[in-house]
Design a protein around this ligand. Structure first.
Ligand code: B12
Length: 432
């Protein structure tokens, strides 16, 4: 806030004000946050309205904070604009800012309005995007973050924040925008004691820089064939991609290898490139559609000759559109001798229950990719087990790869992290 870098300010305080030494940790956070919020002239007065929130985040009392600001004040030149701002604060120009809203739609709308009012002029993210995009982004953020809280998962909460950070950073928008967003949403959750630890933990991680994502990760493409396949896709060469895979299959690559080493790894890589703003939505759709088409062409090759006499129903939950994972699960189980009924995406709970009855299923396989759909999985499991107490449920998908204890909390009987593991885990579940 004084124009100095935060490390210099901390050093300055430590030298001139030894009384602040015990608060060394909070000092860095304080400075970071202050510089985050007060980088324009009129912003500081806005910041004052919600300093309580901020103080609780850094675990400093109001009196301690005022004393800290007074230390600053005495050291500042008259010409420094921060001096004027600090005077407003030290003179007690504070007001409470309490907002109570009930439904998610209204909360998202209010968050966007308030966030824009606070930071509209200084925040790169708010400057770069139009209001419709910000509103739809905020809806998504709220859906993911509130569901992570409902699922009791700090891992998923932090994972989503880190994903948001990574997508913004890829567009040359700094992490401060994420911190500002979290501080804004925190204000809307002040009465929600359940939510605060998640938000605070995440803000502090971002401030400390402990949540930085590794710069480049190309580990998803771990073989020459997967690299070659992805090149075909990114070049828009569907025919080349198809011929390449058919030749692999003819040359003796097993379907399981093709599915995991080529299709899955290239899908993960496309997701990473999309997150890093290196491929467009259209490219991602093209790659996914091509892979799904080739999977259908391979389908006639995958039936197993011997049945193990077990039946599985495989489906996505809720509005989940990510269906390749569960399709692979179903195909692997088919190859391992299961009778499979693949219901795909968007299947209502009563249709799942009817299918269990109709096909006399032993196992239900549920796939979730997006965190907001974790609660759908948990509801389906509860309902299905109420109607069919003996049915076993195996789950998998992105949130379960992040938070390895999640499957237990939602009442599933087991988790498989990839199609390679599913047969063994599923049989272990059925054998109790
Ligand atoms: C393709 C894709 C899409 C396609 C899906 C099309 C389709 N027909 O499936 C479309 C375009 C619809 C899409 C949309 C969105 N997507 Co998308 N998508 C992807 C992408 C690139 C690939 C998914 C995939 O095919 N994976 C390959 C399969 C084989 O892997 P898998 O699902 O993990 O499955 C394996 C295991 O998890 C496990 N498994 C999975 N299910 C199950 C079930 C059981 C029972 C078991 C035992 C095991 C198991 O076994 C599988 C096989 O080994 C991922 C990137 C990624 N890392 O996955 C992003 C990704 C999942 N998408 C993402 C996002 C944000 C979205 C959108 C919200 C974007 C938006 N703002 O519109 C929407 C949401 C749409 C919706 N309502 O569902 C993010 C999620 C980020 C997060 N933090 O949660 C990801 C990670 C991309 C990224 N890196 O940013 N997406």
């Amino acid at each position: 806030m004084t124009g100095k870098k935060s490390a210099e300010i901390v050093q300055f305080i430590k030298e001139k004000h030894p009384e602040w030494k015990p608060f060394e940790n909070q000092l860095s956070s304080t400075i970071e946050l202050l510089s985050c919020f007060s980088s324009s002239d009129d912003d500081f007065s806005k910041f004052l309205r919600w300093q309580d929130t901020f103080l609780s985040i850094i675990n400093l009392s109001k009196d301690q904070f005022k004393a800290l600001c007074r230390s600053f004040y005495n050291e500042l030149e008259e010409s420094d604009t921060s001096k004027r701002k600090l005077k407003v604060f030290l003179d007690g120009g504070l007001s409470d800012y309490a907002i109570s809203l009930n439904n998610n739609q209204d909360i998202s709308k209010a968050i966007v309005e308030f966030h824009s009012e606070l930071f509209g002029e200084i925040d790169q993210y708010l400057i770069a995007k139009d209001i419709a995009t910000i509103t739809s982004d905020t809806n998504q953020h709220i859906a993911f973050l509130s569901q992570a809280i409902d699922a009791g998962s700090k891992v998923l909460f932090n994972e989503y924040v880190s994903w948001f950070q990574s997508t913004l950073n890829a567009q040359e928008i700094g992490t401060q925008s994420v911190i500002r967003f979290l501080v804004t949403i925190r204000m809307f959750h002040e009465a929600n004691e359940n939510a605060l630890p998640y938000i605070d933990n995440s803000i502090l991680k971002l401030i400390d820089g402990t949540d930085d994502k590794p710069e480049e990760n190309t580990a998803y493409l771990n073989s020459e064939v997967s690299k070659k396949y992805l090149d075909f896709l990114l070049d828009g060469d569907r025919r080349g991609a198809t011929e390449f895979i058919m030749k692999l299959a003819d040359d003796g690559y097993s379907l399981k290898e093709i599915y995991i080493d080529v299709f899955q790894s290239s899908q993960y890589e496309i997701g990473r490139l999309w997150e890093k703003n290196k491929v467009s939505v259209a490219q991602e759709h093209y790659c996914t559609a091509t892979t799904q088409m080739i999977m259908s062409m391979l389908y006639p090759r995958l039936f197993s000759s011997k049945s193990i006499g077990k039946t599985v129903i495989a489906t996505c939950v809720g509005n989940e559109l990510h269906e390749i994972g569960i399709r692979m699960i179903s195909d692997f189980m088919e190859m391992d001798g299961w009778d499979t009924y693949y219901l795909g995406a968007n299947t209502p709970t009563n249709a799942i229950i009817e299918s269990i009855e109709k096909y006399n299923a032993d196992l239900l396989a549920l796939s979730v990719t997006l965190t907001p759909h974790v609660s759908n999985a948990s509801e389906i499991i509860r309902e299905v087990k109420r109607v069919h107490p003996s049915i076993k449920v195996i789950v998998g998908g992105y949130p379960f790869l992040q938070d390895e204890a999640l499957w237990v909390r939602i009442g599933a009987d087991g988790l498989a992290k990839s199609a390679n593991e599913v047969n063994e885990t599923a049989l272990a579940i059925l054998n109790g």
